[in-house]
Ligand binder design. Structure first.
Ligand SMILES: *Cc1c(COP(=O)(O)O)cnc(C)c1O
Length: 500
């Protein structure tokens, strides 16, 4: 299968090149020229297989320049022994006989980013070798929390790679900070940056654009790469769990008939996770509506309802911080497909967005958006009341991001009266990862208490076990305590890599 650019449809690259380079030189994102088609026989083929074998099958449809043996190696390294002890990678939890929560947070960092970031390093390593490059790959990450830890955990001790993560000194939770500063691995490095997430992000972008350091890396047999969510190697692994969840429902006799449609609800930020569900539908998974859930940063809700994308609005800091985002990068891929692969139109919309912060898609795209998607949003108060309702009604503890999805799903049912279609709700974080907000939704919390005490109290209330990865943080040695100024980040990179 070949890939093209959303901003120039004459581009043709294989998947290894798309993964190794991350973004097309014209600034566009890589998208498949033609999608594979899965029919029912294909689904049956992997029905009785476990998650890993299903993953190999589905990945091989998209990454056709990787052999099945190579994919099998990558998948085994990513998922075997790294997720739940019982081997379930992405289990479904039934709230009712129609509503299923797809728990995507049983990986090492307790958030859904593990689903892709455990696999990406192995795909990236193979992709760079395939494209004739045997340089050491240096991953630079600026993170507001979840991505940094998931990337560290994914790249730790992967041969041929190094990873350096910068996080804002002000702006990550205590648990998130500890998760990063105690990271093990001989090829990992973590540094705090004085300032906020934008300072860290701008600093990383400037390093990527700096010709001097690029040349220094080159001279030392290294090259930069990025692990952010527009990389094809993060997108494709996310398609797998939607198909796998559907197969699990089929296998367990939870569906009324073969090929019955399901709705899918996704708590959305950068539009990566829900785009994967869109691809799953396009290649043949029987999906009814794709329901896009946002928090108070509801730029996507407005876009899906009106066809106008407008980032000129107040940025809200919410209790579902991984969805606090005003530019959803992966949306560019969706509008490329819905425009009939019209890269000229996409280029114009993206130019409008860069110049004015706003663009409006044409009626043909708008009509398809509304046919495929339903969108809604909720604020922090709504998020908290949903956490409480779900706990009271079903004795199920969900995190703040998942609660946004469940809240919006209830809005969908109230408006459309479609409560008969089975629904898969993507759950993106372990509730203990956002323990202070979750406990606050259930009871009054003394804000001066430590996060570990809060986690303990939550586990007493809910009888849900605390994941080892979080419990162990308490006694773990801090390996990285450096803080630097934004303009000194480049020196930290040089020092870490031994360049000077
Ligand atoms: C990253 C993240 C999201 C948003 O996912 P996108 O693919 O960016 O839309 C939602 N919830 C959690 C917990 C996340 O870490």
């Amino acid at each position: 299968m070949l890939y093209t650019s959303t901003r120039d449809s004459s581009v043709r690259v294989d998947s290894a090149t798309a993964i190794a380079t991350g973004i097309s030189p014209d600034g566009g994102l890589y998208v498949p020229v033609e999608l594979p088609v899965y029919d029912y026989a294909d689904l049956n083929r992997v029905m009785s297989a476990g998650y890993c074998e299903r993953a190999v099958d589905i990945l091989s449809e998209f990454l056709t320049d990787f052999s099945k043996t190579e994919l099998r190696e990558c998948v085994a390294q990513a998922y075997e022994g790294k997720f739940r002890e019982d081997g379930e990678i992405a289990p479904l939890h039934g709230l009712t006989d129609k509503e299923y929560v797809l728990e995507l947070w049983h990986g090492p960092t307790c958030a859904f980013k593990d689903m892709a970031l455990q696999l990406l390093p192995h795909l990236l390593r193979k992709a760079t070798l395939k494209t004739g490059c045997n340089k050491e790959v240096v991953i630079l990450v600026a993170t507001s929390g979840d991505t940094g830890k998931a990337a560290l955990e994914g790249f730790a001790d992967v041969p041929g790679t190094r990873i350096i993560v910068f996080y804002p000194d002000e702006g990550v939770s205590n648990i998130q900070k500890l998760q990063m500063t105690t990271q093990e691995g001989s090829n990992v490095s973590v540094c705090a940056v004085s300032g906020n997430f934008d300072d860290a992000q701008t600093g990383v972008k400037n390093i990527f654009l700096n010709a001097d350091i690029k040349a220094e890396l080159e001279a030392n047999g290294m090259q930069f790469s990025s692990a952010n969510s527009i990389n094809l190697g993060r997108l494709v692994p996310q398609i797998v769990y939607y198909i796998s969840a559907y197969l699990d429902l089929m296998c367990s006799g939870k569906m009324d008939y073969e090929g019955e449609k399901v709705n899918i609800v996704v708590p959305t930020g950068n539009f990566g996770n829900i785009l994967a569900a869109f691809y799953a539908k396009q290649i043949g998974l029987p999906v009814g509506k794709l329901i896009c859930a946002s928090n108070a940063n509801n730029v996507l809700t407005d876009f899906i309802k009106t066809g106008v994308y407008d980032r000129n609005r107040t940025f809200h800091t919410t209790i579902s911080p991984s969805m606090d985002i005003l530019i959803s990068s992966n949306l560019e891929r969706l509008i490329y497909h819905l425009s009939g692969c019209d890269s000229e139109r996409v280029k114009k919309w993206m130019a409008d967005l860069a110049a004015t912060g706003r663009y409006e898609v044409d009626d043909d795209v708008k009509a398809q958006l509304q046919e495929l998607f339903w969108a809604g949003c909720c604020d922090d108060a709504g998020t908290k009341s949903t956490i409480k309702d779900i706990f009271d009604d079903y004795n199920y503890l969900c995190d703040t991001h998942t609660a946004v999805a469940l809240n919006v799903y209830n809005q969908y049912v109230a408006e459309t009266e479609d409560s008969e279609t089975p629904v898969i709700v993507a759950s993106t974080a372990n509730p203990y990862k956002f323990a202070p907000s979750v406990l606050d939704a259930l009871t009054d919390v003394d804000p001066s208490r430590s996060e570990f005490d809060i986690i303990s109290e939550l586990s007493v209330m809910s009888s849900v076990a605390i994941p080892d990865e979080l419990a162990e943080l308490r006694g773990k040695e801090v390996r990285f305590d450096k803080v630097c100024d934004r303009d000194k980040m480049i020196d930290v990179v040089r020092e870490t890599l031994g360049l000077k």
